[in-house]
Design a protein around this ligand. Structure first.
Ligand SMILES: *[C@@H]1O[C@H](CO)[C@@H](O)[C@H](O)[C@H]1NC(C)=O
Ligand SMILES: *[C@@H]1O[C@H](CO)[C@@H](O)[C@H](O)[C@H]1NC(C)=O
Length: 995
């Protein structure tokens, strides 16, 4: 585009010479050369232009004295002296609230103007119609301009010489669209981000009437779906159209846009159809576009195989098809391409598709960048030499076998290599050291083994970022005296064994900003020299080692992220860097109070759980207000919840479980409009359950108030918690009845699972990256206090056990068909079991024991196939335990029914009057594993949840082992978060722009 603009620009200058007339000019004769000055009239006109524009940055300070042809943004014809170019771009920018400018009506004086640039201005007026009278105008740029009333006057039709029209991202509306069809000299038309949703078929018609059009930019215009009339006369279609950008117009239909494009097959060089909705396969006809050099169709929902014909395009330079659902064998594809396209192709991006088979690297002599991450490739074979290849990204495939040897001789120019999240095994070849230009080397999440020594690294003097994380059989052993040839920026070595001593080679690294040596077997103190190493250190993860000792004052650092969790650190909390965003000191032996926390001012994530901290909860007047996640569970905090917690208005997750807190829940917590998770369980909190919880905490997903001393009734407002999945009020002194209105708990009335985890993202680094936190929660499940994390999102559970509830079990509760667990045990409930209980079709766990429930066991209960745990013991039930064809109720132990004097029949030993004595022994339950939280039927629905929750990329997701491995890897990390892989990977995606 720039090229064309420049060309046109010079053209404009040249042509203006011929047309200039010679009146009113002023000549200066100096040293025998004639200098032409601008006319007085035009000079005065310029001055009035400057006067009305508000020049916020003093860009036009040269305007005033002397020859106006020399003023900034002004150009005159060098034979006639007339102003032919006026560029006042970005003069009157009032985004910061300053006054807006105006365009002087004296614009009309510039009758010789052929180049007018008003872009990036904010005008306090409508678009002046007078522009339409500038008949010689060939270049008009109004991009990013804002106007009071932004419709274009019909006078613009007269601009029949206009060659360039740029309205990108202006607020101009084009209602009278036929205007453009009068501008028949247009060569370059840019309407990007101008709303054309009302344009109907206009744009096709108009474009069809522009015989000289070369470039068309209609990205993000909300173009309506068009149906190209077949009657359209194609004879005046431009034969010059080479650039078409229709990206981000999701209403376009493949059936209309492709046939229209193919009218220009002979001239098109650049096509951008990315971010559209074209859910068909790529048409063969693209293969006829002989001049095509750039084809961008990423994120356009393409399906099917890439037509072989595309491989014929001998001018193809860049092909972007990432983020689609394209299928087929990569081997065949590369083979087809290597004949023609492969010779010219420099950038090939087909990431996040469903390509399969082995990747055989040969051909493609010009290739600079190949990205095929997140496909299903299963083998990497190197045959040819790729002299220009700088970037190769094969992350997230199923590549197996050993890492190819001699990468350096095949890819001598390689700077970026990612083989992350594959299935490579064996040892890393030492020849890796010969890729002398390598800057980014990522091979985390594989099955590499063996030891990495300095021989792997000797030649890598350009290396800046290395990720070896999640190769749990890999170790690093450098000799103690070795000085690495590189200075690293990102060091990610999670799970790579380096211990037991703190890695000494780090002592020679001075520029790193990210260091992750978590879970690497270090049993040591942090050496004193470590704290003097790198002043640029932003993210430090030393978690899951056995690091001991007391931390020094770390306030001089600029840490954004500090993770020391799961170590043996002791002593008081250190003085912290004031700007730290994320702090995880959980699972150590820190003790004392938390007063240092109030010195920080940006914390978004704080986890101090499982330490020996004591005293009051941190009571910072406003220092905490930035927090999203606050986890202080399993300490010895005492006293009450401070009023000041109410100022943490953005909190999503609060966990202060298992401390010795007392007092009531302060009313100031009403301010928490975004809270999703609130776990106050296992304290000595008291008072009534606040009515406002149901009214103010609308987004609540998880509420645990269990194991406290709350009293009073369950407020009816709790029924308005439409998002709640887990409600635990067990083990308190709650009286009254089970609210009938529980049938309004919307989330529990659905049995569709969209995600197996409950996640919450929050700002992670100062660079704007976010981190996803996977919530874990402790729930009493089938009699065992169980920790849910990876499947927490699937749990829907109400636990009101061990209270003083009385009355009947409301029939309304059976509308909660998504309920997985219901525990009403140990209350004073009476009445009968709801006869239609089988409506709770997801129920896996039902405990009604130790109440005064009477009547018979309804037959309906025996039809609850999902049920995996049942306890009806110690009630007043009577009659025969119903038998269904599946004998569901007989699969439970007799202990599920004991303590009901009137109950009889299998599995109880006492038969009912008139029964035939059973000939088969009782069902044997010994083989049911204690730790199976759900029954197998439930796991089937869980798998369904995976597809839904993670799908949308490949249909065969569940069968795709590599994806699934990665997913499970994320989920099964021993930490309560998954940032290592995710965030670091994101960081690279941001950083890897090599060209
Ligand atoms: C006038 O300007 C044109 C284009 O910039 C240039 O090629 C030409 O040499 C100039 N003529 C004079 C007399 O300066
Ligand atoms: C798309 O256009 C709208 C206005 O129509 C604008 O607000 C938005 O920022 C544009 N998006 C992009 C990606 O340019």
């Amino acid at each position: 585009m720039l090229n064309l603009l420049l060309q046109i620009f010079f053209l404009v200058i040249l042509q203006s010479r011929g047309s200039a007339s010679a009146h009113c000019n002023f000549y200066d004769i100096e040293d025998n050369t004639i200098t032409i000055k601008c006319s007085k009239v035009e000079k005065e006109a310029l001055l009035s232009v400057r006067e009305e524009l508000i020049d916020h940055f003093g860009v036009l300070s040269s305007w005033g004295a002397g020859d106006c042809c020399k003023w900034q943004g002004v150009r005159c014809d060098n034979t006639t002296g007339h102003v032919i170019e006026l560029d006042v771009s970005g003069i009157s920018v009032s985004d910061f609230g300053g006054p807006k400018g105006k365009l002087s009506s004296s614009l009309v004086r510039f009758q010789y103007l052929n180049h007018l640039d008003l872009s990036l201005n904010n005008f306090h007026q409508e678009i002046p119609g007078v522009i339409g009278s500038l008949r010689k105008l060939e270049y008009l740029n109004l991009s990013y301009s804002k106007w009071e009333r932004a419709s274009i006057s019909p006078d613009f039709r007269k601009l029949t010489k206009l060659q360039v029209l740029d309205l990108e991202s202006s607020d101009i509306t084009l209602e009278n669209l036929d205007l453009l069809s009068h501008l028949y000299s247009i060569r370059y038309l840019n309407l990007n981000s101008v709303n054309l949703s009302t344009a109907n078929d206009w744009w096709v018609q108009t474009i069809s009437k522009l015989p000289l059009l070369e470039e068309l930019h209609l990205s993000n215009c909300t173009l309506p779906s068009i149906l190209v009339p077949s009657s359209l006369n194609t004879s005046n279609y431009s034969r010059y159209l080479s650039v078409v950008d229709l990206s981000s117009n999701i209403n376009l239909l493949p059936s209309s846009i492709y046939p229209w494009l193919f009218n220009f097959s002979g001239s098109l060089t650049h096509i951008d159809l990315s971010h559209n909705n074209l859910p068909t396969s790529l048409p063969l006809e693209f293969g006829n576009m002989v001049r095509l050099s750039h084809l961008f169709m990423d994120s356009s929902r393409l399906v099917g195989e890439i037509p072989r014909s595309l491989g014929n395009l001998s001018n193809l330079v860049e092909l972007k098809l990432a983020y689609n659902s394209l299928t087929g064998s990569i081997f065949t594809l590369m083979k087809d391409f290597s004949k023609n396209s492969g010779k010219s192709l420099r950038y090939l991006d087909m990431a996040v598709n469903c390509f399969t088979g082995p990747l055989v690297m040969q051909g493609f002599p010009s290739l600079k960048k190949l990205t095929l991450q997140w496909n299903q490739l299963d083998q990497l074979l190197l045959e040819g030499v790729f002299p220009n290849l700088q970037e190769l990204d094969l992350t997230g495939n199923r590549l197996s076998g050993s890492v190819p040897d001699q990468l350096a001789s095949h890819f001598p120019s390689l700077r970026y290599l990612s083989l992350e999240s594959n299935e490579f095994n064996g040892t890393l070849p030492e020849s890796i050291s010969n890729i002398s230009k390598l800057e980014y080397f990522f091979i985390g999440s594989n099955h590499l083994e063996g030891v990495i020594t300095e021989s792997h690294m000797l030649g890598l003097s350009a290396l800046r970022e290395i990720i070896l994380s999640f190769n749990k059989n890999l170790a690093i052993k450098f000799s103690l005296t070795w000085i690495p040839p590189f200075q690293l920026d990102v060091i990610s070595l999670c799970e790579v064994k380096q211990g037991p001593h703190f890695p000494k080679w780090l002592q020679n690294q001075h520029n790193f900003s990210v260091l992750d040596i978590s879970n690497s077997g270090i049993v040591d103190k942090i050496p004193v020299w470590f704290w003097d190493l790198s002043s640029s250190l932003k993210e430090l993860n030393l978690s899951n080692n056995k690091i001991h000792g007391v931390l020094p004052d770390i306030s001089p650092f600029k840490f954004a992220v500090l993770d020391f969790s799961s170590n043996n650190l002791s002593g008081p909390l250190p003085i912290l860097p004031p700007d730290v965003l994320t702090l995880d000191f959980s699972r150590n032996r820190f003790q004392g109070t938390t007063s240092v926390l109030c010195e920080t001012n940006s914390l978004t994530y704080l986890d101090l759980s499982n330490n020996l901290l004591s005293g009051n909860l941190p009571n910072c007047s406003d220092g905490f207000s930035t927090l999203n996640v606050l986890i202080l569970g399993n300490n010895n905090f005492s006293g009450s919840i401070p009023e000041s917690f109410g100022s943490i208005v953005d909190i999503r997750i609060l966990n202060i479980r298992d401390n010795i807190l007392d007092g009531e829940i302060p009313g100031s917590l009403k301010n928490w409009k975004n809270v999703q998770v609130c776990d106050l369980g296992g304290n000595k909190l008291s008072g009534k359950l606040p009515e406002w919880i149901g009214m103010e905490w609308k987004g609540l997903i998880f509420l645990s108030l269990g194991f406290n001393t709350f009293s009073g009734k369950i407020p009816s407002s709790f029924c308005d918690l439409g998002n709640i999945k887990i409600l635990d009020i067990s083990r308190n002194k709650i009286s009254g009845t089970v609210p009938k209105c529980f049938n309004k708990l919307d989330e529990m009335t659905t049995d569709t699972n969209f995600a197996s985890t409950i996640t919450s993202s929050y700002p992670y680094t100062s660079g704007g990256m976010s981190k996803v936190y996977i919530l874990s929660a402790s729930i009493m499940w089938k009699g065992i206090q169980s920790k849910f994390r990876n499947i927490l999102g699937l749990v829907r559970c109400i636990d009101l056990s061990s209270n003083n509830l009385s009355g009947r079990i409301p029939l309304e509760i059976t509308t909660l068909k998504g309920l997985i667990g219901l525990n009403l045990s140990r209350n004073y409930l009476s009445g009968t079991i709801p006869p239609n209980i089988s409506l709770l079709s997801s129920l896996d766990f039902l405990d009604l024991s130790s109440n005064s429930i009477s009547g018979i066991i309804p037959f309906s209960l025996s039809q609850l196939d999902s049920l995996g745990y049942l306890d009806l013991s110690y009630n007043n039930l009577s009659g025969k335990i119903p038998t269904s064809t599946s004998n569901k109720l007989q699969t439970f132990n007799a202990s599920s029914y004991i303590g009901n004097s009137g109950l009889c029949g299998s599995p109880l030993p006492n038969g009912c009057p008139g029964d035939v004595i059973p000939g088969v022994p009782l069902f044997d339950h010994q083989d049911i594993a204690q730790d199976e939280l759900f029954t197998s039927g439930f796991y089937a629905s869980l798998a369904f949840g995976f597809v839904i929750g993670f799908g949308g990329i490949c249909g065969s997701l569940l069968l795709n082992k590599s994806w699934r491995n990665v997913y499970f890897k994320f989920l099964s990390e021993m930490y309560d978060k998954l940032y290592v892989t995710l965030a670091v990977k994101k960081a690279q995606l941001l950083r890897c722009c090599l060209n």
